[in-house]
Structure formats: C-alpha cells, structure tokens
Design a protein around this ligand. Sequence first.
Ligand code: ATP
Length: 235
Amino acid sequence: GAGAPVLSVQNLEAWYGESHILHGIDFNVNAGEVVTLLGRNGAGKTTTLKSVMGIIGKRTGSIRFGDQEIIRASSDKIARMGVAFCPEERGIFASLDVRENLLLPPVVRPGGLSLDQIFNLFPNLKERLNSQGTKLSGGEQQMLAIARILRTGARFLMLDEPTEGLAPVIIQQIGHTIARLKKEGFTILLVEQNFRFAATVADRYYIVEHGKVIDGFANSDLQANMDKLHTYLGV
Ligand code: ATP
C-alpha cells in the first residue's frame, strides 16, 4: 500500500532565463511508489524533475520533500537529503571506465548499495568493469547511470526516459530493475514517452501539458482512462 507523501509539489513555476516553462505543477509521490509523468515533447516533464533536483535557476511555489520545504534549497543540499536524478542523456563519462564512473558520485547517505549489490542487480556491469564509457552499448550506459545513483544512498530516484532509444529486450530488463528497486523500498519518479513500458511499472500517472499537470490517475484505472490518454499523448 502507499505510504506517506515523500514528495509534494504545489503550484510549481519555473523559468529558463526569461522563458516561463512551468505554470503551476501539482503532484505528489508517496513512499514506495513508482509515479510516472506522461506528456508530449516539450510539455515540461524534464523541467519538473530538474526543479525538484534544484538545478533550475528560478522556481517558485512549493516542493516539500519529507518534512522540509526545498523550493529554495541548493541542488547539493537536495542531493544530501537522498534525492537523485538520472538525466535523459545519462551523463556517462566517456574517458572513464565503468568502475570509475560508478565510484564518481559521492556517497551522501548511509544505505547506498555496495558494488557487489550493484553487480547482483546489473551482472553486465561486472563483466564490463574495465571498459571505457564510450565502449558501452546504450543499454549498458543506462544501467550504469542507474547503478551509479544507487551507490550514493539516495532513496528517491528520478529517472528521465530511461528506455529512450533502447531495444525491447533491454527495455524489459530496465522494467525488471525498476520493479526490483520498488520492492526494495525505493521511491521512483519516472518520466516516460514509452507509455507501454510505463504501464508495466507505474502505480500512478500524471499528465503534463503546457507546464501544468492536467490529469492524474492510478494504474488500476488505466483502462477507463485509455481514450483520454490517447488524446493527451496524441497517439
Ligand atoms: P522532452 O521529452 O522533449 O524533454 P519535456 O516534457 O521533458 O519534453 P522539457 O524538456 O521540460 O519538456 O521542456 C519544456 C520546454 O522548455 C520546452 O519548450 C523546451 O524547449 C524548453 N527548454 C528546455 N530546456 C531549456 C533550456 N535549457 N533553455 C531554454 N528552454 C528550454
């Protein structure tokens, strides 16, 4: 069952310079849930994740994490509270090998996964330990990007389009990984374009359109919302 709200976002507005991108985003994520933000390209999903991580210069409204208001907190402080962001472009350092990439982010809290626990989740990475970032497939890079944040001790994970550009068999593996992380008590906020994938892991959905959350429903109500969803996503 759903726990207490871990993240509660209210009337979030955000700007890139003069560009006003988010116009009042409202949603929440409960402990242990997988919540997915859906919406068309440019709707503001990535900007929402970046705002929670504190890496958007100007943001207003309220973002509560646990019992703290973080709308004005630095990204550094937010990271130390146990929030991690896995960007769409994955951010693997090409000139570092897998081990070096894994060891790069600082451990911010106790409870991070050991390398052995990471290899248990991602056996491929163990085999590729000494391979350079550039030599990895897209799927391996994505797994490395997720593995890397698990080491830090973060318990709230934001994953931006982890399946983008990957083959179906790899997408399935990422789905299994997310399901396993959920089982181990992580809370996950996901951005996805691949709705069929999202449906295999999400507890709830929010629809983002023009910088606002315009709808939301539970996975158990998915069938009843299918027609609306097709309209929102234009598929
Ligand atoms: P996508 O899947 O295309 O990333 P999204 O819903 O995640 O879609 P965002 O990336 O949040 O959308 O982008 C929202 C809007 O902000 C878009 O109009 C985009 O062009 C604009 N935008 C994104 N990044 C920047 C930036 N660094 N500077 C200025 N505008 C930006």
